[in-house]
Design a protein around this ligand. Sequence first.
Ligand code: RP5
Length: 167
Amino acid sequence: MTNASQAPLVGIVMGSRSDWETMQHAAARLEALGVPHEIQVVSAHRTPDLLFDYAANAKARGLRAIIAGAGGAAHLPGMLAAKTAVPVLGVPVQSKALNGMDSLLSIVQMPAGIPVATFAIGNAGAANAALFAAALLAHDQPGIGQALEDFRKRQTDDVLANGDPRQ
Ligand code: RP5
């Protein structure tokens, strides 16, 4: 479980409250692995000044990774990455109009020089971004590293124990 008294190491941000349905999967994974994190709506289009402040202060506040989810013309991950050297993990939210292809392409196609690590569209991407953030932290946070290893072992054991799809 997350130790609430610990300063957040990972920031989960999203462009709209409507992205929470997707981004809750990132939060759940971080929670399960005991990664201290914070959650906030930060919109590239509706609250650009907040976006700049968030990115500008991220490193000094101790954030080691930012998981940014957005849909449609998804500028949030790229603009955060433009304003901070803290690694940004982008999650394309599945949009209604174009099924998330718009989100994916807007996040993944960064010009050389400002990287955003881009994950799959939707829930899987949100979950994997959290697992990736935990992996980034594992080296100097042994408790997180152990939790990640334990999770992966349970996952493997579960598949091996249920190999016959008819049962
Ligand atoms: C983006 O626009 C958000 O990330 C969201 O995925 C999308 C739609 O936002 P709402 O109109 O639901 O607030 O900025």
